[in-house]
Design a binder for this molecule. Structure first.
Ligand SMILES: C[S@@+](CC[C@H](N)C(=O)[O-])C[C@H]1O[C@@H](n2cnc3c(N)ncnc32)[C@H](O)[C@@H]1O
Length: 539
């Protein structure tokens, strides 16, 4: 061996030792979940490898070792970056690793998982299929097969929208939560007559059909103690805001989407985004966001667009009624409120499922209720005010008009006092509607507003004995209210109680009950599960 050759061998040995030390350090940091620091060390390894490879005449065996080290460093840096939601950078690292070793098992798994997070189910499937051809797949058979199955299922769900939570509901919400994928059905975003932009149906939609399924950008939840009060709400809100801000800083795609949301002012001048950008399989901007987050604007956006998971979600998650959650579901944020809505939302895990709560015609704006709409106009105005707007829906416009009549005002005042015979409130309202010639849908509007009075009468045998003959039947009242506000558990329960009392329990009546159930839960729930949730009798 010449002096030069000896010198080169020493250098190679020293370099290999240095690499080995760096690799151990980076792996340790990765395992300790100190991703940022591990990224730095992997970057150092990558630079060292590039330097050595670019030297003239490297020893072929050493070159192979360097390529292996480089491939692994790219792969591990991708893993760390993916953990930090730096998906675009992570994908670039995966490409570099796969350029060196086309079928690098670990990298293919990492790339597949990133693509799954980005809702690109088909491309993820290709990655896991390629990984399955590698020798290492034999030792990781269950893992790879699990991913392959998951991709196929999510791809099919995102294409067909045929979600089903029945099994989970029937198991009492125990066991594995059903799989959900992003789904964008027959909808588009357009200018709305209500305010700014809104979501619209592009086809006729049957009651219960799923229109959108989308995952929260961030959500925070807690079980409220009895005396938790204001403080507990503030803690949830703060955690939620922190999560959104953190994500916006890390991912420019998310930051871009959030910046399209309304701050509740000048909505008419806002850009109308193409629905295509919300579809799964679409390449989103997943780069690192360099922009600083404007906290004032962010807080206004979250104030206007975040939703509380409502009571049914608590039921769906099997938690108690003190359970509270707040989240941001971007596509759902384009949906306006109406007191005459045609869709409902159901929360399952981090997903919100939006479905038609009655039959919808192509071109109709899709609206859901931001707050309890089975309440009088004055209360609804108050709730809309808390949301920062004055409701411009058809029902509010009609009721504002009717309330100029003294007798209607008086009925609302009496209802507000509470301690009156609710039968007399219902009777007065029905008589006033006759006198004022209120008909059809408008009757439903007012009955929905005075729901509290109607339901108290229908639930009380005593009041029914006294007023039953003078007021409409429970079935008639339910039909006209569902016609305007869509289904609601409280309405269906009154309907079922009415059937029980009258002893009518026929197929037609139960079919109708099922249709109401589909309006509440959507077609994600089959008959048996719906019966359980609504506590249908022996149907
Ligand atoms: C979640 S955003 C709905 C989408 C919004 N229109 C947009 O263009 O981004 C909520 C905001 O929409 C407006 N909005 C929603 N429903 C409304 C209604 N019924 N009447 C008036 N404004 C409404 C209010 O400004 C509210 O703060």
């Amino acid at each position: 061996m010449t002096e030069i050759e000896f010198q080169m061998e020493v250098e190679v040995e020293e370099e290999e030792e240095l690499m080995q030390n760096l690799r151990s350090k980076a792996t340790e940091l990765l395992l300790r979940e100190e991703y940022q620091d591990s990224i730095q060390i992997y970057s150092q390894i990558i630079s060292l490898c590039h330097e050595s490879i670019s030297k003239k005449n490297p020893n072929p065996i050493h070159l192979i070792k360097l390529q292996k080290t480089l491939c692994l460093a790219f792969s591990n840096r991708a893993e760390a970056r993916a953990r930090l939601f730096e998906f675009s950078e992570a994908l670039k690292d995966c490409e570099e690793a796969l350029r060196i070793e086309k079928s690098h098992f670990k990298t293919l798994l990492c790339k597949g998982k990133i693509l799954l997070s980005l809702n690109r189910y088909n491309m993820a499937l290709d990655c896991f299929k390629a990984a399955n051809l590698d020798q290492q797949a034999n030792e990781n058979c269950d893992l790879v097969n699990g991913f392959l199955e998951k991709c196929k299922k999510l791809e099919s769900l995102s294409r067909t929208g045929q979600f089903d939570v029945s099994g989970w509901v029937l198991s009492g919400f125990r066991g594995k939560m059903p799989d959900f994928a992003e789904y964008v059905g027959a909808v588009e975003i357009k200018k709305s007559e209500i305010s700014g932009r809104g979501l619209f149906a592009t086809k006729n939609v049957e009651c219960g059909n799923v229109l959108v399924v989308t995952k929260a950008i961030a959500v925070d939840r807690a079980i409220m103690s009895q005396d938790g009060g204001e403080n507990a709400h503030l803690v949830i809100w703060k955690n939620f805001v922190d999560k959104v801000v953190d994500l916006s800083k890390k991912c420019s795609g998310i930051n871009d989407l959030i910046s399209k949301l309304s701050i509740g002012e000048n909505e008419e001048s806002l850009e109308v985004p193409d629905i295509g950008m919300f579809r799964p399989e679409v390449e989103a901007n997943s780069g690192i966001s360099c922009e600083k987050v404007d906290m004032g604007r962010m807080l206004s956006i979250l104030d206007v667009n975040s939703f509380l998971e409502d009571a049914i979600s608590a039921k769906i998650l099997g938690k108690n009624v003190d359970y509270q959650g707040v989240g941001l579901w971007i596509l759902a944020s384009f949906i306006n409120h109406s007191c005459d809505p045609n869709i409902r939302r159901l929360h399952v895990g981090d997903y919100v499922v939006v479905h038609a709560s009655r039959d919808v015609k192509a071109g109709e704006e899709l609206t859901f209720a931001y707050f309890d709409i089975l309440s009088p106009l004055t209360n609804r105005r108050e709730m809309a005010k808390n949301w920062g707007f004055r409701c411009k829906c058809k029902r509010c416009k009609f009721e504002e008009n009717v309330y100029s009549k003294q007798e209607m005002m008086e009925i609302e005042v009496v209802l507000g006092k509470g301690l009156v015979d609710m039968g007399s409130v219902v009777y007065r309202l029905e008589e006033s509607m006759k006198r004022l010639m209120v008909r059809g849908k408008e009757k439903g509007y007012l009955r929905a507003s005075f729901w509290e009075a109607y339901s108290k009468v229908f639930w009380s045998e005593k009041l029914m004995r006294k007023w039953g003959r003078k007021i409409p039947t429970a079935e008639g009242m339910v039909d006209s209210v569902v016609d305007v506000v869509g289904s609601d558990e409280r309405i269906v329960k009154v309907y079922l109680e009415g059937l029980k009392r009258s002893g009518i329990n026929g197929v037609v009546e139960m079919e109708k009950g099922m249709k109401f159930g589909r309006g509440i839960y959507g077609k994600v729930m089959k008959k048996q599960a719906m019966r359980t949730l609504l506590q249908f009798g022996n149907v």
